[in-house]
Write a protein that binds this ligand. Structure first.
Ligand code: UDP
Ligand code: MG
Length: 299
């Protein structure tokens, strides 16, 4: 049995060595074979050098280094492509997710053949009330508008079987939204609660704006529902417009209402042109079939 651990790392020079040591401490003698695949996502600090140092003493430490920052999704995909394990897991480099937890997840997967995926769900939220509110709203909306199930708190911290990994690799889309991909492919999933720790070193790479863009991209990747809304609103407004027309012909003082009504329609049209534009833009980029990432170096 071989375990592959995929670790996306962007400017994590201070965490690489800690991650490796903690991992070895916990997994020593717990698994026959392992490989740690660090994906250096275009780090500007000494992340790659730290990985190279580890690789000198332990050939089970491997790495792919990107030519620039392509984002965590691309890093996870790249790591998965390289992985050779029978079971594969994704972990962050910043020690918010503990190797002890991964061991627990691995045991659940190995002991319960009916499950193909074990996902860690964050019990304690290490974030403010505002962010929490938006995250809750995001889950409500995405569950409503897609026919898929998104479990709140489910993280990218997962362990999967080889067949699941192969299915993920078959999803060739450019805009990769892991939560959606995991939900779309199906398989039996076991949700395990865990406590996220504090980041060992450095800061989160996510700003509010980045998260917001990510949320919109995620929703648009898995539903075209927003494109259909204008049809329904259009039909409703058409009926309303005829009624208003009839009323205003008989009663000239309703002119104000009519003007307000028209300007509302006008602004709605702009919003929907925007929605169409967004989808058009996404499919334009998708159609270019650019690679998800460029590898500069393999270690
Ligand atoms: N990460 C990455 N590329 C990016 C941003 C983040 O590979 O563009 C990695 C990062 O180094 C870390 C993991 O993804 O190992 C999670 O990132 P972070 O801790 O910033 O996210 P948070 O835990 O705050 O959600
Ligand atoms: Mg983190």
């Amino acid at each position: 049995m071989k375990l592959s651990v995929i670790v996306p790392a962007y400017n994590e020079e201070k965490n690489i060595k800690i991650f490796y040591e903690e991992f070895i401490k916990i997994f020593d003698k717990k698994i026959a074979e392992y490989e740690i695949i660090f994906v250096d996502d275009g780090s500007l600090d000494g992340t790659l050098e730290e990985i190279k140092k580890l690789n000198k003493t332990d050939k089970n430490v491997k790495a792919i280094s990107f030519s620039r920052n392509f984002g965590k999704e691309a890093a996870m995909y790249a790591g998965l492509k390289e992985s050779k394990g029978d079971i594969i897991s994704f972990m962050d480099a910043d020690m918010q997710q503990r190797p002890e937890t991964l061991l627990e997840m691995m045991n659940i997967l190995l002991e319960n053949l009916q499950y193909d995926i074990v996902v860690a769900c964050q019990k304690n939220r290490r974030e403010g009330k505002v962010l929490s509110f938006f995250k809750n709203a995001f889950y409500k909306i995405i569950n409503l508008v897609t026919n898929m199930e998104f479990k709140q708190g489910a993280s990218d911290f997962r362990i999967i079987r080889r067949n699941v990994a192969d299915s993920i690799l078959e999803m060739k889309e450019y805009f990769r939204f892991s939560k959606g991909i995991f939900s779309w492919i199906g398989f039996n999933t076991y949700y395990m609660e865990y406590n996220a720790e504090k980041r060992a070193n450095g800061n989160t790479k996510w700003s509010f704006i980045k998260l917001l863009k990510y949320a919109f991209m995620g929703i648009m990747s898995f539903t075209i529902m927003p494109l259909k809304i204008p049809i329904f609103i259009g039909m409703l407004l058409f009926i309303l417009a005829i009624v208003m027309l009839v009323v205003s012909i008989n009663n000239p003082s309703t002119l104000n209402i009519l003007i307000t009504f028209c300007s509302t329609l006008f602004s709605l049209q702009f919003i929907f042109i925007g929605v169409i534009g967004e989808y058009l833009g996404l499919s334009y980029i998708e159609n270019k079939k650019r690679p998800d990432y460029i590898v500069k170096e393999r270690i």
